[in-house]
Design a protein around this ligand. Sequence first.
Ligand code: FES
Length: 129
Amino acid sequence: MTCNGNDDLGKVSPLFQKFTGMQYHDVATLEDLEPGTCLSIELDDAPGVALFNVDGEILALHNTCPHAGGPLGEGTLDGEVVECPWHGWEFNVRTGQCIENPDPEWSVPCYRTRVENGVIQVAFPPETP
Ligand code: FES
């Protein structure tokens, strides 16, 4: 299952937004997120986001760990897996699935991303925050 990643649909952004209601928000720049690193972003008008650069591919998860609320964007990224900084649970940053507890109950929501002119954008549903 892949529900994240550089968004091909972003190339037809107006249709994507019309039929899904999703809205892209500027959250960071590529300069902020070197390959192999992650970043925690808190926004006024949208949920917190954990950003990951996996070999140049920008991926995004909800920033809150389902275990006890740790900021996943402040964790340690190893390939496609981030380790939560609080108690070490691991999550696949492409799918949001928890490695230790693969039950969907413990998965983290993932968000579509795209990069426009060096700016990382994340798509949120229209009802957010
Ligand atoms: S808060 Fe993330 S592992 Fe506990």
